[in-house]
Design a protein around this ligand. Structure first.
Ligand code: CA
Length: 278
């Protein structure tokens, strides 16, 4: 797994470096956002970017937005100051998958990275692997062999999705691994979502959340359950990460995101993918 750390404080860089190396991870480092984007341009996509918010020059938010636009499948974790509650929400709104409050422990850092890497593994199945059955795909949600499938740092894949732009990708409903709900098709093998045959580009976290709701189509799923299913069982974060991701997903899939017809809010409880709606 390849990790990019963007942080201007040498002490924190050293701390993260030691822990990632100990965990057997490859690491790129940048002291500013500008340096980080150049590094990614020259060295290619990384699996996960760890982004400090307060940087000299462009902010961690700007880096997040740029990386997210260029690499929809990249994992992004923001490193935020505990006092800055709104920073956490802002990062998530810009497409970050998660955040860690500073100061953080090695255990917390590694737990967040491993939790996110599970979602990335889902988003990057081994090339040429046969389409799994629904059961097998569900089983692949569990990190059976942590090191079994290295996520493909999908440079080529992402480049093609970028060049495709807004053009509708043709959709062949041939695979047996499709989840279907109304005009939506979700491929567990390709880790993609289509609406009326048009691909909806989702982050690894958004895709995992959509899959969970589509599997429970018509049922209410609590925010607590979403949090533990998507972010991990021992996640100590805030339920707001669920709400922000739901909002982002609605912006991508709903005809009118402010009056959602596909993902319903179940007040005081959670969310529900409405059965059979267009
Ligand atoms: Ca800083």
């Amino acid at each position: 797994m390849k990790i990019l750390l963007v942080e201007d404080e040498e002490a924190i860089r050293g701390f993260v470096r030691i822990n990632l190396k100990r965990g057997g991870m490859e690491m790129l480092e940048a002291g500013s956002g500008e340096e980080a984007l150049e590094l990614v341009l020259s060295q290619g996509a990384v699996d996960i970017a760890l982004l400090d918010v307060m940087l000299p020059g462009m902010s961690g938010f700007d880096v997040c937005a740029s990386l997210r636009e260029a690499y929809p499948a990249m994992g992004i974790i923001m490193l935020t100051a505990k006092a800055q509650e709104e920073d956490k929400i802002r990062g998530l709104e810009l497409g970050a998958d998660d955040y860690i409050h500073k100061p953080f422990s090695p255990g917390e850092l590694m737990a967040r990275i491993h939790s996110l890497s599970r979602r990335l593994r889902l988003a990057a199945p081994a090339a040429g692997s046969p389409a799994p059955s629904a059961g097998a795909a569900a089983a692949s949600l569990r990190p059976a062999g942590q090191a079994a499938v290295d996520p493909v740092p999908g440079g080529a894949q992402e480049a093609s999705s970028l060049s495709r732009g807004q053009a509708a990708a043709s959709f062949e409903p041939e695979a047996a691994d499709m989840l279907a709900a109304g005009p939506f098709r979700l491929s567990e093998r390709l880790h993609k979502l289509w609406k009326e045959g048009r691909e909806i580009v989702l982050t690894p976290t958004e895709w995992t959340l959509v899959k969970l709701l589509m599997e429970r189509c018509g049922q209410s799923v609590s925010r607590d359950e979403i949090l533990s299913e998507v972010w991990g069982r021992y996640y100590v974060g805030d339920l707001k990460v669920v709400d922000v991701n739901i909002r982002r997903i609605r912006q991508k899939i709903e005809s009118n995101p402010s009056e959602p017809a596909i993902i319903e809010t179940v007040w005081g409880y959670g969310y529900r993918w409405k059965r059979g709606e267009a």
